[in-house]
Write a protein that binds this ligand. Structure first.
Ligand SMILES: O=C(O)CCC(=O)C(=O)O
Length: 303
């Protein structure tokens, strides 16, 4: 990819781009579980645990009122080998039962706090710290965060949007991105939900427990589901997600403010580990009409 064309054709008009087979083989080799474990030499890494694989998602809290809450993951630390063994157990349950119960703890390495550099720096001999050279040149500065992701098909990232330019490389398995442009975001409005965090119970299950933090604006599962439906039956929700499979070796560029919901799977049903890395460059901080119009559209929806 030529940096100037990338800026002109995709970054400036905020248009997503999928580049097939753009991640070099050595990145993919480094992302194989035995290779990751050998590089880390038993070091512990941060793992997020969420009931039913729903981290940072709106879920129903148990109890008579069954209210919806925004549940953040339970955070723990373990070696990559332990993580992989737990993930394999979940994947097996998922396969046997054709799904996963909402109180089953599902591990996902997804802590987007620059964890590629912090917990996985040993992988950086093969994977470049600051992303593909065309992206680095196009944005003209180092990325704000570099993230490492490892999970299985039980984990789903619920629909949300970020203010980052996202360059996302899948290195093992497949990620399915459901995308909606910022111009359609007002069809799936955000509403405030009480903040909660998944907690481990003594019987090994996982439940969301309310925190004292302020409410979180997030998309309601029903609205997300409607936006996933394939045909527009003329109901109120007009915006429909476009679906893109990003396979091992592919790189997706996702502009700021595009809504995305993400599912994943490993290379085969018996080998369900999906691995990816991404780099985030902050979007424009200047006051621009695009965000003003988007805020106005969302505001109109509330009237
Ligand atoms: O890979 C995922 O599960 C989510 C990725 C994502 O939401 C992001 O990169 O902003």
């Amino acid at each position: 990819m030529e940096p100037l064309s990338f800026v002109r054709e995709f970054v400036a008009p905020a248009r997503p781009l999928l580049i097939r087979n753009a991640a070099p083989n050595e990145w993919q080799i480094q992302a194989q579980p035995n290779q990751i474990a050998a590089s880390l030499k038993g070091a512990k890494v941060q793992v997020d645990i969420a009931g039913g694989g729903l981290a940072d998602a709106v879920v129903r809290a148990p109890g008579p009122e069954a209210t919806f809450v925004f549940a953040q993951p339970f955070v723990t630390h373990m070696t990559f080998e332990q993580f992989h063994a737990e993930l394999n157990e979940v994947a097996l349950k998922m396969k046997q039962n054709n799904g996963i119960a909402e109180d089953t703890p599902v591990p996902y390495i997804q802590h987007q706090d620059n964890n590629l550099q912090q917990d996985f720096s040993q992988l950086l001999d093969a994977i470049p710290l600051d992303g593909p050279s065309w992206a680095r040149k196009a944005f003209g500065e180092p990325p704000e965060a570099r993230n490492f992701w490892a999970g299985c098909s039980a984990s789903v990232t619920s629909a949300h949007r970020d203010h980052y330019n996202n360059v996302y490389a899948v290195l093992r398995g497949t990620k399915t991105f459901h995308l909606l442009p910022p111009t359609d975001a007002y069809f799936v409005p955000r509403k405030p939900f009480p903040n909660a965090r998944w907690a481990m119970e003594q019987d090994g299950t996982c439940v969301p427990k309310l925190t004292n933090d302020h409410d979180v604006l997030w998309i309601q599962p029903d609205d997300e589901r409607r936006a996933m439906e394939e045909t527009d039956d003329g109901d109120e929700c007009g915006g429909k997600f476009v679906t893109v499979d990003v396979n091992a070796g592919d790189i997706l560029y996702l502009p700021p403010q595009w809504l995305h919901r993400v599912t994943q799977r490993g290379p085969s049903p018996d080998d369900d580990l999906c691995v990816a890395v991404n780099w985030w460059w902050a979007g424009s901080t200047t006051v621009d009409m695009r965000s003003a119009v988007q805020n106005a559209l969302e505001g109109l929806r509330e009237l």
